[in-house]
Design a binder for this molecule. Structure first.
Ligand SMILES: [Zn+2]
Length: 385
């Protein structure tokens, strides 16, 4: 096992009604001016906005409204939020939403505490912010696991980069599976696939020898696969939704990553696709994963064969490589079975997109079993068209 340090700083509240209980318990110790941050109007339509605002006001807080955080949140939106925090004297940020809202708030929290430009700090000076406005998150759409860690994905529109940054950890997270009932069903499946992706990007990372983290990863993947199938015939099944919500958390709370070097090459490719096309994260991953894995599974045949056996229940084929390829085929079949797109055309991506520019601007990771070149990344993008 590799050397590691593990700390889990986010307090978790899980289950029906947990947000009200958590806010009642936690808010007396938090700031008095709370920025209530969210995405679109659905939060107001479902009545959740008024409820949360009421809980905060009952706790004696002044509420500052900050809506309109878009999917693929932009760096401009981060700056706008930081400005609101400074101007209104916000001392607690409550994100209500999915990964986009939560990620945006993690960086707002850092930007509001410094006059330096945090993008420049992170990307050019390779320094991390050290001061944060305290944060909490009410998860309404699960999959990204954004509430679990301090990573955030922000789109810098001017630079055409959708990139990972490091911001604040939430002091506490509230995961109520009931809130996912009002999310468009397709979005729920996209989110669940994102969870599988996070597990795979960690599982296929190094080391490849047997380790507990990979055993747990397999359990998370099997659970997500089974529970997506439950939802396909019984969309409101509470147990399946709660399992998916906790799997999403498990994939990003660091436990699966203990002793592992994660890969996240597929995420890097999807991020740049997103920077150029503003596509949905889960959909982009669904299209890219099988193509990427077809490309590299020969180099990592033993691990892909293990994935085939332990995640998809595939019986040993004549050769290890055949077993490995059957695992990748099972993943592609599953993506079709659950109605996710299998090509950029199906995703509605403009065929005139400059895929060479997307490929050339994609970060290359150490690779789980094969380090790619920009030419290979372009080949994979072309296979996905
Ligand atoms: Zn993701």
């Amino acid at each position: 096992m590799e050397k590691f340090t593990y700390q889990y700083p986010v307090k978790q509240y899980f289950g029906k009604g947990c947000a009200e209980e958590a806010l009642k318990k936690e808010m007396p110790d938090m700031g008095n001016v709370v920025m209530l941050a969210y995405g679109g109007g659905s939060l107001k339509r479902t009545g959740l906005y008024d409820k949360i605002r009421g809980w905060l006001e009952n706790a004696g807080k002044t509420v500052v409204d900050f809506g309109g955080i878009m999917p693929n949140p932009t760096y401009d939106k981060v700056q706008e939020g930081a400005e609101v925090v400074r101007k209104e004297g916000v001392d607690f940020i409550l994100a209500v939403g999915g990964g986009s809202v939560i990620d945006c708030c993690k960086i707002i929290s850092a930007q509001a505490k410094t006059d330096e430009d945090v993008w420049n700090m992170f990307y050019n000076e390779h320094r991390l912010p050290t001061e944060f406005v305290p944060c909490g998150a009410v998860v309404t759409a699960s999959g990204t696991g954004a509430e679990q860690n301090n990573g955030a994905v922000i789109t810098h529109e001017e630079k055409k980069i959708k990139g990972g940054m490091v911001g604040a950890h939430n002091d506490f997270a509230m995961l109520d599976p009931m809130y996912t009932m009002t999310v468009p069903f397709r979005q729920v499946i996209y989110g669940a696939f994102d969870t599988i992706s996070h597990a795979m990007e960690t599982y296929f990372g190094k080391p490849q020898e047997n380790n507990l983290s990979d055993d747990i990863s397999e359990a998370v993947m099997r659970s997500v696969i089974a529970n997506i199938r439950v939802l396909l015939t019984d969309p409101e099944n509470y147990n399946a939704r709660s399992e998916l919500m906790w799997s999403s958390a498990m994939a990003e709370n660091g436990i699966l990553k203990i002793g592992k070097v994660t890969d996240f090459q597929c995420h890097q490719m999807e991020h740049q696709l997103g920077a150029y096309t503003d596509c949905n994260h889960g959909a982009g991953l669904a299209v890219l994963h099988p193509a990427l894995y077809r490309h590299i599974c020969e180099a990592g045949a033993a691990k892909f064969a293990r994935f085939a056996r332990n995640v998809w229940g595939i019986e040993e084929k004549a050769t290890e490589l055949e077993t490995a390829q059957a695992g990748v085929a099972a993943l592609a079949d599953f993506i079709k079975e659950i109605g996710l797109p299998a090509s950029f055309t199906e995703m509605g991506i403009d065929p005139n997109t400059d895929f060479k520019a997307v490929a050339d601007s994609t970060n290359i990771t150490a690779g789980c079993c094969k380090k790619l070149t920009h030419e290979e990344i372009l080949e994979i993008f072309n296979e996905c068209r």
